[in-house]
Design a protein around this ligand. Structure first.
Ligand code: HPA
Length: 273
């Protein structure tokens, strides 16, 4: 499929028709982190399936709704549930949500996820600020005929995870007495969890956490000049660290338990952005 500017604009126009402002911050809420959306005031809720040219959520722990409203005094667009390559989407399709958010007027996107801890000094339940990412496999969300409205074909990725916001996240975590790490997110397509040997390789390559999302969104956002803050919740130790299998129940349960601190942190960061 070859995408055009009009393709994305049709989705954005549908959403803009339902609100009389332009959201400045977008939040993408990962697995089991969706409950932050409940705190948004004056909600306008749109099902992904009703947005023309948008994608549909196929993952159980993702709500599949775009929620517009006010959080901590800021106009926000919140994606409760996101899209992944493992669902069967092409990388190019994964550019859709971020490009649509860009057309809504969003300047900053906060990407959250649940991830496996590769760095053995991290513990389940802790949060990691993403300093950078590694994606070694082929495929890019911005592959294809370049659409100039979304930025240049070749673009810099050296400050994708905006320094200023990483510092802000650290400061807020310190003030709220929430333990925070900063490290590199290593992207794997999934849906299988990694093998212990893959995790050992990822550790040698410089990954601190591993997950199946976020990176496609960060690349798309970098191309169109959006600022990005990435926050990963360590839902489990990565494969082979502990002598036990990884289960989706563990991932969901840890994410749920730690979501209180996560929400507190996010809300305060949004307030100060
Ligand atoms: N690996 C990949 N993705 C994940 C993990 C993991 O261990 N935990 C949560 N998402």
């Amino acid at each position: 499929m070859t995408y055009t500017y009009e393709y994305f604009k049709e989705s954005a126009d549908y959403i803009l028709d339902k609100i009389d402002y332009r959201p400045e911050i977008a939040l993408v809420l990962g697995s089991s982190l969706g409950s932050l959306a409940e705190e948004i005031k004056d909600q306008v809720v749109i099902d992904y399936k009703d947005i023309p040219n948008f994608l549909e959520t196929t993952v159980k722990s993702h709500a599949g709704k775009l929620i517009l409203g006010e959080l901590a005094g800021k106009k926000v667009a919140c994606m409760s549930g996101r899209f992944h390559y493992y669902e069967g989407y092409d990388f190019e399709q994964l550019a859709i949500p971020i490009r649509v958010l860009h057309l809504l007027g969003v300047k900053t996107v906060i990407l959250t996820n649940a991830a496996g801890a590769v760095n053995t000094s991290y513990s389940p339940g802790e949060i990691m600020i993403i300093s950078d990412h590694i994606k070694l496999g082929e495929g890019s969300p911005v592959r294809g005929p370049n659409i100039a409205e979304f930025g240049p074909r070749f673009f810099d990725m050296s400050n994708t995870y905006t320094q200023e916001y990483r510092e802000l996240a650290k400061q807020v975590a310190y003030e709220l007495d929430i333990k925070i790490n900063e490290g590199v997110y290593f992207y794997c397509t999934g849906p299988q969890f990694e093998s212990p040997a893959e995790i050992r390789a990822i550790r040698i390559l410089g990954g601190d956490a591993v997950g199946m999302s976020t990176v496609t969104e960060a690349i798309t956002a970098a191309q169109c000049g959006m600022k990005v803050l990435g926050l990963s919740l360590m839902s489990n130790m990565a494969a082979g660290v502990l002598d036990q299998p990884i289960t989706t129940e563990e991932v969901r349960e840890t994410a749920k338990q730690a979501s209180k601190d996560f929400k507190l942190l996010l809300r305060e960061i949004v307030r100060r952005m």
